[in-house]
Design a protein around this ligand. Structure first.
Ligand code: HEC
Ligand code: HEC
Length: 352
């Protein structure tokens, strides 16, 4: 166990870094007025943190989760060492849920600015709304994406999305063999249910922390109209944010009627776009190296459609998507991803 003063130092440093980052972000003065419309309309999908958040309280001991006898300190949970983040393998709570991870996926390599993939995408490749869900995608597709990041062909349309640069650094640092082995690993795990989609007029009021919408607690808790937004939140915020529970999925609140409007566009093209099934397969689970888009994070998918529309995601294969996104409004994007996220996926073994 780490002496308490070191853990306190870690949390003080993290708080200070958080405050400085936010000051820097604010000083770049992206007020809502100067942002392009698409970033205002799709702010829910990029979930940029613009206000300081209360720090996590670490009691300094070990933590557990339902369904596993394992216990880890907070440092172990996030793969920190002696108060420094991103140094080693983050906690693997359920090794029985996935094949053996390639070393670079489990540990990363700080000397090459490669953070353990398992930290953000989880050991099971499910990922969280602020990153990506690579599990069960085709291996060649995944290799291509890593090369696109590496070659500067895949960037975010939202310059304040700072975790995106960390992803690019990971891809830049990897060898060809590593890109091959992590892609094979992620492709080997089937995609299973991870998102629950609920149509509703009102949503819990949330704060944005770490790129996620987190419901407010205690006195602050109340609801507000959903408006033209999808609000994707962890089912158990504490287990997701603090414990990194890779079995705790997400709930996506979507506006009433959005699923049906999205279904119409996806299945007929609605005169604005192409039928997605032509390339993504009849069930939208992907064909060959065209990725699956069903039952995956709507926030992630909305960012992709917008990034492709804005031309910041322009990888080797994304030319095929150009006519698809060209005439889509932000509202169309919302409706489409509400529908795709709502599609069925098989249950994971631990829920059977
Ligand atoms: C700091 C968090 C972080 C780490 C660590 C990280 N990623 Fe990512 N990853 C992201 C983000 C952010 C995205 C893009 C999200 C977006 O497009 O909005 C992403 C996207 C991806 C994608 C694209 C998925 C798709 O469906 O197109 C792949 C593949 C991927 N990451 C693999 C990896 C691998 C392999 C590693 C380890 C070498 C890794 N990531 C480490 C944050 C991370
Ligand atoms: C002509 C073939 C084609 C059609 C039609 C098509 N797609 Fe795609 N789509 C692709 C290809 C190829 C990619 C991979 C792009 C890349 O590598 O950057 C892709 C990628 C995507 C992605 C990013 C997935 C990820 O994991 O990052 C989304 C989201 C997407 N398509 C949604 C749609 C939707 C919604 C429709 C229908 C409205 C659609 N696509 C129609 C070929 C197509």
């Amino acid at each position: 166990m780490k002496p308490l003063h070191q853990l306190q130092r870690l949390s003080q440093i993290q708080t200070a870094i958080g405050a400085i980052t936010i000051l820097l972000l604010q000083s770049i003065s992206f007020s809502e007025d100067s942002l392009p419309d698409h970033l205002v309309e799709l702010a829910w999908a990029y979930a940029i943190e613009t206000e300081p958040n209360p720090p996590f309280e670490d009691h300094g001991g070990t933590y557990g989760l339902p369904g596993t006898p394992k216990r880890f300190t907070r440092e172990q949970i996030i793969g920190a060492k002696d108060g420094v983040r991103f140094q080693t393998a983050p906690a693997d709570w359920f090794p029985q849920d996935h094949p053996e991870m390639p070393e670079i996926y489990a540990y990363g390599d700080p000397d090459r600015k490669i953070i353990a993939c398992a930290l953000c995408h989880y050991p099971n490749g499910k990922g969280k709304a602020e990153n990506a869900p690579p599990a069960g995608q085709n291996k060649d597709y995944l290799i291509q994406q890593l090369l696109d990041f590496k070659n500067g062909l895949r960037k975010s349309a939202e310059p304040r999305k700072t975790n995106y640069q960390l992803m690019i650094d990971c891809a830049v640092g990897m060898t060809e063999e590593e890109i091959e082995s992590v892609s094979e690993y992620m492709a080997s795990m089937p995609w299973t249910k991870w998102i629950q989609v609920v149509e509703t007029d009102t949503v819990p009021k949330t704060r944005i922390r770490g790129g996620l919408h987190i419901p407010l607690e205690g006195d602050e808790s109340r609801t507000e109209p959903i408006g033209d937004r999808i609000i994707e939140t962890p089912v158990h915020s504490y287990r997701t944010e603090f414990l990194r529970d890779p079995r705790a999925g997400f709930i996506a609140y979507v506006p009433p009627g959005s699923i049906e409007k999205g279904r119409e566009l996806v299945t007929s093209g609605g005169g604005k776009t192409l039928q997605c099934a032509i390339c993504h397969g009849p069930d939208l689970n992907g064909i060959a190296n065209v990725p699956g888009i069903a039952a995956r994070s709507p926030s992630y998918m909305a960012r992709q459609l917008n990034d492709m529309k804005q031309g910041t995601r322009k990888g080797t294969m994304s030319a095929l998507m150009a006519p698809v996104v060209q005439n889509l409004s932000s509202e169309d994007i919302l409706n489409i991803v509400a529908y795709t996220a709502s599609l069925a996926a098989p249950l994971p073994d631990y829920e059977k």
